[in-house]
Structures are given as C-alpha cells and as structure tokens.
Write a protein that binds this ligand. Structure first.
Ligand code: ADP
Length: 475
C-alpha cells in the first residue's frame, strides 16, 4: 500500500497472495488493507489537495509527462509483471503499457487546456465568467483485465485536473498497480496526492469510498452489478460518479462486406485478452449470403490460436482470470449447444500439456445462436465467437440494440449510407466502422444504458474531474 508518501509492505497478519492464472503459482504478496486504510488514504488525499490543486497546470503537466516517459522506459518490466499477474500474452501486455502511458501523455497536454468561457449578459452592467476547478478527492476502483491502462485512464485526468486520488485496484492485479504508482512517484507526484489501498475484500474499502464526506468523486470500472450498487450509494451522498461497466458488443457484417476481411477482424477483436474485454464482440450478426464463408475463415483462424502461458512465444490465448470465469464460459457454451447451436471449434476446457494448472478454455466458434440462449444476453468475457445470421438490415439493427448494454458495436460494410445509418442507429457509445480498434487516449471511451456513465480519455476525460463555477459580476 502507499499512503501519504509511505509504502506499507505485506505483514504476517495482513497480507494476501497474488497468483499467476496460467499455472496457479504464487507470484507475490501484498498488504491486505481495509476500511481503516481507506480512511487514512482519504485523509492524506484531502490534505494534499490543498496544495496540489493550487500549483500550476504546467507543473502538474510536467510531472505527468515524466511519468509517461518512465512508463515507456519501464515498458518491458511492466509488461512482464502484467503477463504473470493477469495472463495476457507479452505482446499484448506491451501494447497495453503503451496504451496506458498514452493517457498520461494525453492528460499532461490536456492539463494546460482547461479553458473557461465568458457569456454575454442581457444586462449592460453584468458579466458572466465560467471557470473549471478540480472537484477534490477522487476514489478510484479498477478491474483486473486491463490492470495498467484502467489506472492511468483515471489517475491521469484526475491529477491533470488538480485532484488527488485514492486507488483501489482489483485484488487479482495489485502488482501492476504498484508498478504504475512507482512510475508516478518517481516522476515527482508529491506525497498524499496519490494513494494506493490494496485489499483482498473490496466491500469495506468501497463502503468508505462512497460514505466518506471527503471523497467528492467516485470513478469505477468493473461489473455492472457492482457499479450500480456503488453508484447508487455514492449518489445518495451526492458524489459525482463515473462508471465504465459491462458490455455486449454486436458485430454486424453486411452483405456488401468482404467476409474474409470481416472474419479476420472478428477473430482479432474477439480473442483479444481471451475475450476478457468490455468491448469484446458478444454476438456476431452476419448476412446469410456470406455467413458460410465468414464462419469458415473465422474457424480456420481460431483453430490456429495457441493457448498457454503468455510468456511463451507464439501464444495467443492466455488463461481466464479464475475458475469462476471458466465455469461461466463453459455454462454459456453448453447452454447454447443444448439449445441447438453448432460448435465449429473449441467448446471445452483445456487441460493437456500442463494447462490444467491454469484457467484455460479453448477458443470457440458457435453458430446458430438464438434469442433464448444465455450467450445472447449475458456478457461472456471469454474466448467464444457466437455467430447468428440475418437477411434484413432493420431486423439486424433491432437485434443488435436488443441488449441492456451499450458500450461498443462493430459494423462491416462498404456502403457509406449503410455505415452512417448504423452509426446513427446503434445505441452504443463506441462504434467501429470497418475498424476493430476504435480506442485511443484521444477518443472518448464509455457506454450508454447499463454500460455506464461518463467518458474516459479525450477532451471529455478531464471534465469528469472538474467542477463548473460561474461568476456573475456587476460592474
Ligand atoms: P469483475 O467481474 O470484473 O471482477 P467486479 O465489479 O467484481 O468485476 O470488480 C471490479 C472492481 O470492483 C475490482 O477492483 C473489485 O475489487 C471491485 N469491487 C468488487 N466488489 C466491490 C464492492 N462491493 N465494493 C467496492 N469495490 C468492489
């Protein structure tokens, strides 16, 4: 833990183990903090806010820029830690460190662009001036699937805005959080400005975050169930809230699209991080005229994906996060098959060659998905491509929108009119048009409906950490 500028190491009576999900081995021990630790961290952040919020944006920017440089210098070490702790292949881990660092660079720049405005008044003797000020102490809760970038996406804009932060990372990935903090601390973030509370049991820490009056903002990334609960409690105390929650992305391939190109894109985005991404496609709607070709190419590519430890060369499929995740994926696949889906590849837990020590599920392709199947509604968060066909654009759009989630959607078409109709008609916050990577520190990330509140990254990202203050001056 890191509170008020001091590291606290794991002790015999307060610690928990961190595991490698590829083989179940223990790779570290961290301090097991709780409500008391959270309170101490909030006190430190509240005290530090007085000075951090008053130094110039240029000074904050310079520190964030140094943190960005340090993260790039330490990319390999961070990536290795991530692969061991979270499981994704090393190449993907390096890309995530880069993506994570990008937020520090972006918000180092945005720190200097917190503009206000003047508004004309109907009264000749009156002037309106609008300014933005940092909101105060920010409590942040982050998930395990992107254990570096989900931290910088919150801490970057919070620090840029002049806020101070208490972070609780996911209990599965505290080691990545520690390494991110080391970059920030070595870059010169003063004591008390960032605080890290690790803990095995998130509930008491979360309780302190939503109830402590010194916390002015809660930012959460994780499951919709926990997000709704915390947002509700925080709202009861009038705290500002942003939430990035679950997703159920539709992936639409129209008759004019190239089925080979679309299938390649589908494979790349679906199996990224073993499907453990909130923007992962959950249902693939493919026009009936090209569905066979799409499934063939997808199946061929998927059958070549090698599962194993992300530290080994050539591994594309890392482990799932834990046993419960494997069971959830297996339940969805079994349910789909029992209800008539066709299995093209995968469909089972992987245990050969030592994989039984980890949480591996075979990359899977299913077709013939119908509305009564669990996979049609539930977020999968695993390596399963679920394909269904359509022959009518309007019906496809209706089915794509038939979900309580609204984070990401993907469209493959070469018809500009169709692309625009889908862009406008899909009820999702992020739409990839012939593009499987519609994410960047420069682009607003976030969802509609049950996928959350607010946006991260981009110009919008820093506004989440700012209050608006209006001055009416009589002259
Ligand atoms: P996932 O299914 O991705 O693990 P969670 O929502 O359970 O999603 O976890 C995301 C983050 O929320 C993690 O940091 C986790 O520790 C935290 N979390 C889970 N339950 C609570 C809770 N009751 N209060 C505060 N944080 C929580």
């Amino acid at each position: 833990m890191y509170i008020n500028g001091t590291w606290t190491a794991a002790t015999a009576d307060a610690s928990f183990d961190v595991f490698n999900p590829a083989d179940g081995s223990v790779i570290g021990q961290v301090y097991d903090g709780g409500q008391q630790s959270a309170r101490a961290a909030i006190d430190a952040a509240a005290a530090a806010f007085r000075t951090w919020s008053k130094i110039t944006a240029y000074e904050r920017s310079a520190i964030l820029y140094r943190a960005y440089q340090l993260m790039i210098e330490r990319k390999e070490d961070l990536a290795q830690t991530m692969t061991m702790e979270q499981g994704k292949p090393l190449r993907a881990a390096r890309m995530e460190v880069q993506y994570g660092a990008d937020f520090l660079l972006w918000f180092a720049e945005e720190a200097k662009r917190v503009y206000g405005e003047t508004i004309p008044s109907a009264r000749a003797d009156q002037r309106f001036i609008v300014a933005h000020q940092p909101i105060g102490v920010v409590a942040a809760i982050t998930p395990w699937n992107y254990p570096v970038s989900m931290i910088t996406r919150k801490v970057g804009p919070a620090l840029a805005a002049g806020c101070t932060v208490v972070l609780k990372p996911a209990e599965a990935t505290p080691l990545c959080a520690i390494k991110v903090f080391e970059c920030l601390i070595d870059a010169g973030v003063p004591e008390g400005v960032i605080n890290l509370v690790t803990g095995q049991n998130p509930a008491p820490i979360g309780e302190e975050f939503v109830n402590n009056p010194k916390v002015r903002k809660l930012t959460f990334t994780g499951s919709t169930a926990v997000g709704k609960m915390l947002a509700g409690q925080a709202a009861g105390n009038m705290k500002r809230v942003s939430c990035e929650l679950g997703g159920h992305a539709p992936f639409l391939v129209f008759e004019d699209a190239d089925p080979v190109h679309a299938a390649k894109g589908a494979q790349l985005i679906k199996f990224l991080n073993t499907g453990q991404a909130c923007i992962s496609p959950n249902r693939m709607f493919v026009h009936i005229s090209i569905a066979d070709q799409f499934i063939d190419v997808l199946q061929q590519r998927v059958s070549k994906l090698r599962a194993g430890s992300g530290l080994e060369d050539g591994v594309a499929i890392g482990p799932l996060v834990n046993e419960a995740a494997v069971n959830k994926v297996a339940a969805q696949v079994d349910d789909a098959i029992a209800r008539g889906a066709t299995l093209h590849s995968g469909g089972k837990r992987l245990i050969e060659g030592g994989l039984d020590k980890g949480f591996f599920y075979a990359p899977t392709v299913l077709s013939g998905i119908t509305e009564d199947m669990l996979i049609y509604r539930e977020e999968t968060f695993g390596p399963v491509a679920a394909v269904m066909t359509f022959d009518d654009d309007a019906k496809a759009l209706e089915m794509a929108n038939d979900t309580t989630y609204g984070l990401a959607a993907y469209v493959y078409t070469r018809d500009i009119g169709r692309a625009m109709r889908m862009f406008e008609g899909l009820d999702f916050g992020i739409i990839g048009i012939n593009d499987i990577n519609p994410t960047s520190a420069a682009a607003p990330f976030g969802g509609m409906k049950d996928s959350g509140l607010g946006r991260e990254g981009a110009r919008e990202g820093i506004m989440e950490y700012l209050e608006t203050k209006m001055g009416g001056f009589s002259i």
